[in-house]
Design a protein around this ligand. Structure first.
Ligand SMILES: [Zn+2]
Length: 167
């Protein structure tokens, strides 16, 4: 691979990387491929499977102990593709209130924090169900579900699941 800046050769390294592009300042990716130019020191980070990665980050944020920070609240909203207006409308607050939470001008109180997490958890689960391999897996399980209505077994084909997940 050639450097887009000087045409030099890029070398691949594995590095730890603070994932600031996420909008969060405490996410470190361990051992990500970084392509660095030997000539001008230009570098390019390769972040793969961002949908899954953002899902994992969302999960970690949603299950943490203390209240959400403004940056975390914004990450969750953006990751779910929601506008501040949509969120404000759903929670019965103004758009300005949402902006104040996210810029940490007025931190979330406990009740709002719980309401936000419940809302995001629901949205996130719906979104996960739309993730191609999870969607495929769910469709497969449903189409193969035994018709016995009393306590049918939940048969989950892990082999297909992991094959799809890593494809
Ligand atoms: Zn270069």
């Amino acid at each position: 691979m050639k450097c887009s800046n000087c045409g030099g050769t890029l070398k691949k390294h594995k590095e730890n990387y603070m994932y600031k592009e996420s909008g969060l300042d405490n996410v470190e990716l361990i051992g990500v491929p970084v392509y660095r130019c030997g000539k001008c020191k230009e570098s390019m980070v390769e972040i793969q499977k961002t949908i899954e990665l953002h899902s994992v980050i969302s999960f970690l944020i949603l299950t943490k102990g203390n209240n959400l920070s403004g940056k975390e609240a914004r990450f969750l909203r953006k990751n779910l593709g929601l506008t501040a207006e949509h969120l404000a409308e759903h929670l019965g607050v103004t758009r300005l209130t949402v902006t104040r939470w996210e810029t940490a001008k007025k931190p979330l109180n406990n009740d709002r924090d719980r309401a936000l997490r419940a809302f995001y958890t629901l949205k996130r689960n719906n979104q996960l169900a739309q993730t191609p391999f999870i969607k495929k897996l769910i469709e497969f399980i449903i189409s193969n579900r035994p018709t016995n209505p009393d306590n049918p077994k939940l048969r989950i084909p892990t082999e297909e699941f992991f094959d799809c997940a890593t494809a």
